[in-house]
Design a protein around this ligand. Structure first.
Ligand code: ADP
Ligand code: MG
Length: 243
């Protein structure tokens, strides 16, 4: 049962004084609810990259994991399209030096499989003080950041409502395929939305422990929806509350 294990993860993080789960932990939590995430390996140094080519499929993505880093791309903490363990090791050394020069301390390195090309979308979730858990869907990049083209529902949502949410987006034609671009799998996107915002999903199961979840981006291809970046913010329970 994912809910109990996930609650334990969030409470343990909270007991350590964390406010945000690290990316590998957030991804593992989301994956336990059935959302697709990239195959991943966490390493502490370039030496641990040995044998990686047998366990993960190239091309790879390398990310620095650090509580000091929120927007990884802004500080050069993400490299995509790395072809083999040698390129990964070089990228890791470069990244380590450039982050150290910015006084950013890296705890772990996340190596993951690169998702195939698709449309970058977002799923969000918050615990609203008035409405309780709410789930949000949108397209990524300028659609969400500049145009605020998103749709919301109060949880739980069913599959039909998830598909409705996608249909409401001004950017919906992009999901359906335009200008020679193939359509993406609305079914896979809706499935991810239900696993986060549905009955027994992340938000309803963890409403007491979690304050916010952000999947940005969810890369949606013709077949799959892959959560390649996940941020989970913990709830700060009132002091004196018992677990
Ligand atoms: P940030 O902290 O900057 O948001 P992300 O983890 O979202 O970092 O990575 C930045 C960008 O790199 C993503 O928006 C996406 O375009 C690309 N990216 C990251 N991980 C993957 C992956 N596993 N597969 C494909 N593209 C990825
Ligand atoms: Mg991101």
């Amino acid at each position: 049962m994912p809910a109990d294990a996930a609650k334990a993860v969030l409470r343990a993080a909270h007991a350590q004084g964390l406010r945000v789960l690290d990316e590998p932990t957030a991804k593992a939590l989301l994956a336990s609810f059935g959302v697709t995430t990239p195959a991943t390996r966490v390493v502490r140094s370039a030496a641990e990259l040995e044998g990686l080519d047998n366990t993960l499929r190239s091309p790879y993505v390398l990310k620095a994991v650090s509580p000091q880093i929120v927007h990884k791309s802004d500080v050069g903490a993400v490299r995509v399209g790395l072809r083999d363990a040698r390129e990964l090791a070089m990228a890791l050394d470069e990244m380590r030096m450039s982050l150290a020069a910015k006084a950013l301390h890296v705890e772990h390195w996340l190596v993951e499989e690169m998702a195939p090309p698709g449309v970058e979308c977002v799923i969000g979730g918050v615990i609203d003080p008035e409405f309780g858990p709410m789930v949000m869907a949108g397209l990524g990049g300028v659609f969400v950041e500049v145009m605020r083209d998103v749709s919301f529902r109060i949880c739980p949502i069913e599959r039909r409502e998830a598909l409705e949410m996608l249909g409401e987006l001004r950017g919906a034609p992009i999901l359906r395929g335009t200008r020679g671009q193939p359509p993406v799998s609305l079914e896979a996107f809706a499935d991810a939305l239900v696993r986060i915002g549905g009955e027994g999903g992340v938000l309803l199961s963890l409403a007491g422990e979690l304050a916010e979840i952000d999947v940005n981006p969810l890369i949606v291809t013709g077949e799959r929806a892959i959560a390649v970046d996940v941020r989970i913010v913990l709830n700060a329970p009132a002091s004196g509350s018992t677990p």
